[in-house]
Design a binder for this molecule. Structure first.
Ligand SMILES: [Zn+2]
Length: 305
């Protein structure tokens, strides 16, 4: 399925979507009523299954009867999702994820732009997404892109005189890890820290990048290549657009600090496999005090190092 729909499905099952009930629970001073129908509290169950607006979307795509049957069992959102997934065939599961993605989009378009997206529009956009996704997959297979793919799955030493700073964030642990290595590939300094809980993975990744930039600046490192495996954050960093959401504010701060201090430096995306050192340390963060500095290798990364 399209990666954005798959990630969205995962986030919704982890209760990581900033629905109004979720925001309220986290101390945000906002209304808790559903933005689409203004009738009930907006949690995952309501927004995706009980709300009359989303019901119309499911009916348009012919999935309502299977969903209704499971939604009325009154189970938690995550359990309901798994119950529904089990009664759907593979292509219906893909449709399910895409419809949910557009229901969320429908809600956001209304909140942020005051634009009403009808259930027919949700259906059409969902079908368009599925068709274009399938077309891209087919043409990729035909072109045999696998032969030409640039290998950014392997960590590489920075150019001479440069430092490489790998950054990672682990959502479940709210852990941040920053690891600086020199042009021989040797560990210079690393730091693990706990972060304040965030509502969104990208927001956590952006915060980690900000901490990394500030930390490298404090330590007077220059000529630094910052690497992280969040494509969304790296793309936003390089984009000229200014996002109004929280992520945008963090990215702006990253850009400001970066451009006011660093020369011959850059921020780049790498695949998760190439960021394994940072990733493993970020998962080990719970074993250390909140801010933990080290300059010698830890057991957990010895083998991949
Ligand atoms: Zn509603």
């Amino acid at each position: 399925m399209p990666p954005k729909a798959k990630t969205f499905l995962w986030r919704s099952c982890r209760n990581a979507l900033p629905t109004r009930i979720q925001l309220k629970d986290r101390g945000v001073n906002c209304t808790k009523t559903c933005a689409l129908c203004e009738n009930e509290d907006e949690d995952g169950m309501h927004l995706f299954f009980y709300c009359k607006k989303s019901r119309q979307c499911w009916q348009q795509l012919g999935l309502w009867s299977q969903i209704q049957q499971k939604a009325q069992l009154n189970l938690s959102f995550g359990v309901t999702m798994f119950e529904i997934l089990q009664v759907l065939d593979p292509s219906e599961r893909v449709t399910l994820a895409c419809v949910m993605w557009y229901i969320w989009k429908q809600r956001n378009e209304f909140i942020w732009r005051n634009e009403v997206m009808t259930s027919v529009a949700v259906r059409d956009r969902c079908l368009n997404l599925l068709t274009s996704w399938k077309n891209v997959q087919e043409s990729r297979n035909r072109a045999g892109v696998h032969q030409h793919r640039i290998d950014n799955t392997v960590w590489r030493k920075p150019d001479e005189g440069h430092f490489k700073c790998n950054v990672d964030f682990v959502f479940n642990w709210v852990g941040i890890e920053i690891c600086i290595r020199n042009d021989h590939g040797r560990l210079v300094k690393a730091i693990t820290s706990w972060s304040a809980p965030v509502l969104d993975v990208s927001e956590g990744e952006a915060l980690s990048l900000l901490y990394a930039i500030r930390w490298a600046k404090e330590q007077n490192f220059n000529k630094v290549i910052f690497e992280l495996d969040s494509k969304r954050v790296v793309d936003s960093f390089h984009s000229t657009r200014n996002d109004v959401f929280d992520l945008g504010a963090i990215i702006r701060e990253c850009r400001n600090t970066f451009s006011s201090f660093f020369t011959n430096s850059r921020v780049e995306f790498i695949r998760r496999q190439a960021n394994e050192v940072a990733h493993r340390l970020a998962r080990a963060v719970i074993f250390y005090a909140s801010i933990h500095y080290f300059t010698v290798l830890r057991d957990c990364i010895q083998d991949i190092y």
